[in-house]
Design a protein around this ligand. Structure first.
Ligand code: ADP
Ligand code: MG
Length: 400
């Protein structure tokens, strides 16, 4: 594994200023934070640095203000939530660099925490402008990146700063990198991947990369329909990207070439209308889907076979639900396979890593998120990592 400095490499930080990139891009409703998961993820890092005596300055973006000061996008909207999670007072500083920040540092005592303004209020952030990075770095002694979810972007606060100050991976970043390394970097084989979700088009690069990396590729969700159709199966009025038939066949051919077994459902749950518990609901063989039916979930026989595949594997990486899980009973396959994976993980037979917005929601719905070895809450960064891309924010932390 490429190596990173972590908080273990830091001793007493009394008198030092730590610039810490965190993810405060929190979901809000009516001015209140509705989910503080991301704050809780970085709380150990923030509190550990404070306990070591550092003055901790939080850096984060919030929304898309595109280089302008937009008052409704001040990161201070998250201040109450952050203070609640940390159980400490956090000073808000409406700048990211310059004398106002320097003044704030003068007021802070060792172990105190401050939140700097939305990094994206400055045009240089998204351009990774070295001048902005230098101005921010001037007020700090060390840089800690704890925002894996923003690491797929080369911005001043996610990448540039790492070159200007001694740079460290925070605890959440460290855990994420270790889990991802165990899942696809140097995994214990055999490795299975579950890829589901609505469309092939949104996960083309993921599929293309995974067939070269894993032993079993389990395809579910709407995207399985595209593969089935490409193989000549009539999928009725299912969600299907018929224009991607050649692409799908290309992925299947690449899989065969690399010795990756692709698993497509052979029985499916269909209905004539997309609604909860529709009267037309039935399970059938994939070759028996009627012209007026749509595939909304993987069938129970296929799920049993997939659970048997997982039993032969030692590592699992999962992105995308197997069916339209938000609507009953099209959550059944996702819930059943997730429970199998969770049970194997709990026994220690499987290392399981899952990520993706809807995937995490589906695993929570199945009540098994806690039993997976690791759940990534990073959306775009997790997908780019599954595509085999090097993330600039991660690369910048690497030590020679
Ligand atoms: P993630 O956010 O975890 O990356 P995606 O956004 O790719 O996952 O896919 C999730 C969506 O795919 C869900 O909204 C789900 O309803 C939809 N989906 C899954 N299977 C089907 C299907 N057979 N037909 C239509 N939509 C589906
Ligand atoms: Mg999604």
């Amino acid at each position: 594994m490429t190596s990173f400095r972590t908080l273990d490499d830091l001793g007493d930080l009394t008198g030092k200023v730590a610039l810490v990139r965190v993810d405060l891009n929190l979901p809000m409703q009516d001015g209140a934070v509705t989910d503080d998961t991301r704050v809780r993820a970085s709380a150990p890092t923030i509190l550990e640095l404070a306990a070591k005596g550092a003055k901790v300055l939080l850096l984060a973006h919030f929304g898309r203000p595109k280089g302008e000061r937009v008052s409704t996008m001040s990161v201070s909207m998250t201040l109450d939530a952050v203070q609640a999670v940390l159980g400490k007072e956090v000073m808000f500083v409406p700048e990211v660099a310059g004398p106002v920040v320097a003044q704030a540092i003068g007021i802070l005592r060792a172990g105190d925490i401050a939140m700097l303004e939305n990094t994206r209020f400055w045009k240089g952030e998204e351009k990774n402008d070295p001048e902005l990075a230098r101005a921010i770095a001037e007020n700090g002694d060390i840089y800690v990146n704890d925002a894996f979810s923003a690491a797929h972007r080369a911005h001043a606060s996610t990448e540039g700063l790492a070159h200007l100050l001694p740079a460290y991976a925070g605890r959440s970043m460290e855990a994420e990198l270790k889990a991802l390394e165990a899942a696809l970097g140097k995994p214990v084989r055999p490795v299975a991947a579950v890829v589901g979700g609505a469309k092939v088009s949104s996960k083309l690069d993921v599929l293309t990369h995974l067939v070269t990396q894993v032993d079993h590729l389990i395809i579910g969700g709407g995207m399985a329909n595209t593969f089935l159709a490409a193989k000549g199966v009539d999928v009725g009025k299912s969600l299907c990207e018929h224009d991607l038939a050649d692409t799908a066949r290309g992925i299947l051919a690449a899989a065969e070439k690399s010795g990756c077994t692709v698993h497509l459902p052979y029985d499916v749950v269909v209905a004539k209308e997309f609604a909860a518990n529709p009267p037309s609901l039935r399970t059938c063989n994939v070759h028996e889907v009627a012209a007026d039916e749509m595939i909304l979930d993987v069938g129970s026989q296929a799920v049993e076979a997939l659970a048997d595949v997982l039993k032969t594997c030692r590592t699992l990486v999962w992105n995308g639900p197997l069916g339209a899980f938000e609507t009953q009973p099209f959550d059944a396959a996702t819930v059943a396979l997730a429970r199998s994976a969770a049970a194997l993980s709990k026994e220690g037979a499987l290392v399981s890593v899952a990520g993706g917005g809807d995937t995490v929601a589906a695993l929570n719905h199945a009540g098994v998120a806690g039993d997976f070895s690791y759940i990534s809450t990073a959306g775009g960064a997790f997908l780019e990592w599954m595509e085999g891309k090097e993330l600039p924010g991660v690369k910048a932390l690497e030590t020679a």
